[in-house]
Design a protein around this ligand. Structure first.
Ligand code: NAD
Length: 256
């Protein structure tokens, strides 16, 4: 379905980004990976699906590096047809204890990086009259939780950016939508499970049960594979007129 297209997925060396990159590669899209840590594993996973795989190690908190990544993608693959703004970090603390440099890093990586990558991707998408921009927001783009001020502010901002991007391109073949997962058991969330287990002196399984029980009525994690399938749908022709949506996949979290 996506043969001949190129998808750039930020933060795709791990977790949700890797799941989405795999799903898009499974539909034939060439992939540009980004993120820190192990790159060989994700690269091999894409190559095994028979697509071309590139990588750029831009730090998404740095606009100049984002510009270099977008230039690399255009230079290597011709154009970015699908942009998935996924890279993100978390920090958990009450506002009065929240380190200002953590606030700045979360706003830069979880929100401003999507603005920069989007502004750089749009001209070629508009020229081709086809493009898909998918912003990995969160259920925290729709509702709040205590101790996540920067994350909730960034994700609400990302949902707002999604709507503006959709509107500015509404008469073209370029769509923009947000995906809003509830809990997904990635390294980002395992850190929160570990912190809870340590603070309460409970097992990993009990910490997970408490975490899900507080917020997610289904008592199930959403998986990177399920999120990948939603991204594939948004890239399909059936997604042509899905514009400016913040689509939660959250086990009923935001329905409460
Ligand atoms: P993860 O920690 O598994 O992966 C994060 C990815 O981002 C990694 O590839 C990492 O290397 C990369 N990254 C981090 N900082 C970066 C930087 N400065 N520059 C470039 N890359 C950087 O996390 P995840 O859970 O897969 O999260 C992915 C996205 O999904 C994030 O935006 C997160 O907010 C969002 N999300 C996650 C959950 C969840 O429950 N896990 C829920 C809702 C939304």
């Amino acid at each position: 379905m996506l043969k001949g297209k190129t998808a750039l997925v930020t933060g795709s060396t791990s977790g949700i980004g890797l799941g989405i990159a795999r799903a898009l590669a499974g539909q034939g899209a060439n992939i540009v990976l980004n993120g820190f840590g192990d790159v060989d594993g994700p690269r091999a996973a894409g190559a095994a699906l028979g697509v071309q795989v590139g990588y750029h190690g831009a730090d998404m908190s740095r606009p100049a590096e984002i510009e270099a990544m977008m230039a690399y993608a255009a230079g290597t693959f011709g154009r970015v047809d699908i942009l998935v703004n996924n890279a993100g970090i978390q920090h958990v603390a009450r506002i009065e204890n929240f380190p200002p440099e953590r606030w700045d890093a979360i706003i830069a990586i979880n929100l401003s990086s999507a603005f920069h990558a989007t502004r750089l991707a749009l001209p070629a998408m508009r020229e081709a009259n086809w493009g898909r921009i998918i912003n990995l927001a969160s259920v925290h783009g729709l509702v709040a939780s205590a101790e996540k001020s920067a994350y909730v502010a960034a994700k609400h901002g990302l949902v707002g950016l999604t709507k503006v991007t959709a509107l500015e391109n509404a008469t073209t073949g370029v769509t923009c939508n947000a995906i809003c997962p509830g809990w997904v058991l990635t390294p980002l969330v395992q850190k929160q499970v570990d912190a809870r287990a340590a603070a309460q002196g409970v097992s990993n399984d009990e910490a997970i049960r408490q975490l899900l029980g507080e917020k997610e009525p289904s008592m199930q994690f959403t998986t990177p594979e399920e999120l990948g399938a939603l991204a594939v749908f948004l890239c399909s022709s059936a997604g042509n007129n899905v514009r400016g949506v913040a689509w939660n996949m959250d086990g009923g979290w935001a329905a409460q």
